[in-house]
Design a protein around this ligand. Sequence first.
Ligand code: MN
Length: 156
Amino acid sequence: MNDMTQRGSPVHRRSKGSGRWEGVDCLPYKEDEKARFKAISRQVLFSDPALAAELRFFEVAPGGFSSLERHQHAHAVLVLHGRGQCLIGREVRHLQPHDLVTVPPWTWHQFRAGTEEPLGFLCMVNVDRDRPQLPSDEDLANLRADPSIAAFLRDP
Ligand code: MN
């Protein structure tokens, strides 16, 4: 093993194709009882003390979704592959490869894959960040009062 492949100093980690990389653990999220998220995996691609940001790659299986949450920190998202939808605040948007999504602080957000193919996206965050807040029943009712959001939040 040489310096280029040592896990501790990954200056170059090769793509293994289709959203996998050498030396990067793919961590499947467990599906929780309240179905806050479903069928999504997470990989930390860059987490370097020299940087104030982390870059993660999430892949949502067809029909899956990320947790509906909000927090003080922001996200910068780049869709790499697949199609789906996202909720950002009160906006529901269709996503396709190479779309860019900004999630501002304290904005409800969720990503959902379409039914045909996985949705893979990069997500940049601050290393130092607060824990996500999940919606209360009242928050959910407020969101669902909007028909387009209610349609978005329905389980497939
Ligand atoms: Mn988030």
